[in-house]
Design a protein around this ligand. Structure first.
Ligand SMILES: C[S@@+](CC[C@H](N)C(=O)[O-])C[C@H]1O[C@@H](n2cnc3c(N)ncnc32)[C@H](O)[C@@H]1O
Length: 360
């Protein structure tokens, strides 16, 4: 559900806050804020003249519930000094946005972004299946993963590279959020289907989302981005096969067919290096990966991949653990896995990793 928003006349609102800051008593502050509070409770389009927007570009768009909570907070303070502190914060929220430069999050209004996860444990219990997200591809990630990463590590109009595109989830999210996206997928049928789906998704921001068929080990990313009119991408999102857990096809170049873990990591490393060539310094690279189990031994693919990225000079920013329910393959084998776990002395996988790195 979309949060309630209100559009106020920016100049008028800032002027109102300025005058409130000059109030001589807490009572006066409260009386003035009650006027604003009442205005926020009126139906949209029925704002008092004082705050009414009088033309495009004259508005500031604010979360109504967050603003009302701030007004209530100011109403409850004991000193004028404290009230002014919160009033100055409201003023900053309607003034020039303060961002880190890698996203569009206005830090002066950080309370409005409750969709954005900041904890390292992600419990995503329902896959987003809206729009072109069909969930048809065995081995795809939930769209919430690219969505969170795009919101957190890109700005509108930035470029995103996904070298293991699969069904195109990342590019569908790019369209929704107004980011340009480039995806490379080895399997021609999968790439063709991804292309179909991505173009089915609305493109309200008019971004470019391009699907290439190719081997990301040696695909010329630089030429691809250049062809699209840019030199670099601002986010790389890598979701490789979890080695041979799912056999995507028989192509020996597919990372799922690497004969052993070492060769898998070698190929992964080459995709990393290739990606690194086009990733802008200071920007982020995310790897989504799970571990696997083989011949009585837990193979920590996630940690091995993590080390491969760090070895290339990247700064590790976070290790996120995300839950997952049974994949389609395992759903019917749940009981069998429980038996195997009890017999084999291990635990059944219920998590994967989202590893976050910053390019220095
Ligand atoms: C885990 S899936 C990615 C799923 C994707 N995130 C989605 O939501 O659909 C990994 C994909 O990487 C592809 N792949 C494997 N090796 C590749 C390579 N060398 N170059 C490009 N794609 C490759 C596989 O065919 C598979 O579709």
């Amino acid at each position: 559900m979309k949060p309630p928003m209100v559009q106020l006349n920016r100049e008028a609102y800032l002027g109102f806050l300025e005058e409130t800051l000059e109030a001589d008593s807490l009572d006066e502050v409260r009386t003035r804020l009650a006027v604003l509070d009442r205005a926020l409770s009126r139906p949209p389009g029925d704002l008092p003249q004082l705050f009414a927007v009088n033309g495009p570009g004259t508005e500031v768009c604010l979360r109504t519930d967050v603003l009302q909570a701030e007004i209530a907070r100011i109403g409850a303070v004991y000193t004028l000094k404290r009230a002014r502190y919160y009033l100055r914060r409201l003023r900053a929220g309607a003034s020039k946005p303060k961002t880190t430069g890698v996203n569009d999050i206005n830090l002066c209004r950080w309370k409005e972004y409750d969709e954005i996860i900041t904890d390292s444990l992600w419990l995503v219990n329902r896959r987003d299946t809206s729009g072109a997200h069909l969930g048809w591809y065995w081995g795809n990630f939930v769209p919430q993963i690219p969505r969170q990463l795009l919101l957190r590590y890109t700005r509108q109009g930035d470029w995103v590279l996904d070298p293991f595109l699969g069904s195109g989830t990342t590019l569908i999210e790019c369209r929704r959020l107004g980011r340009h996206g480039i995806g490379v997928e080895l399997n021609p049928q999968t790439a063709a289907r991804a292309k179909e789906l991505v173009t089915q998704e609305d493109n309200p921001h008019g971004v470019t989302t391009r699907v290439f068929t190719g081997d990301s080990v040696d695909f010329d990313f630089a030429a691809a981005v250049k062809e699209l009119g840019v030199d670099q991408v601002q986010l790389a999102l890598l979701h490789p096969p979890y080695h041979n857990i799912i056999q995507f096809d028989d192509d020996p170049r597919n990372l799922c067919n690497a004969p052993d873990v070492e060769s898998f990591l070698e190929l992964f490393g080459r995709v990393l290096e290739n990606t690194n060539r086009v990733l802008e310094p200071g920007r982020f690279l995310a790897v989504v990966i799970g571990d696997r189990y083989s011949r009585g031994e837990w193979i920590p693919l996630g940690f091995y991949c993590l080390e491969r990225v760090r070895a290339r000079g990247y700064l590790l920013k976070s290790i996120i653990v995300k839950n997952f329910e049974e994949t389609r393959g395992k759903r019917h084998q749940k009981e069998l896995w429980r038996y195997r776990a009890l017999a084999g002395g291990f635990y059944v996988f219920k998590h994967e990793y989202i590893l976050l790195f910053q390019k220095r």
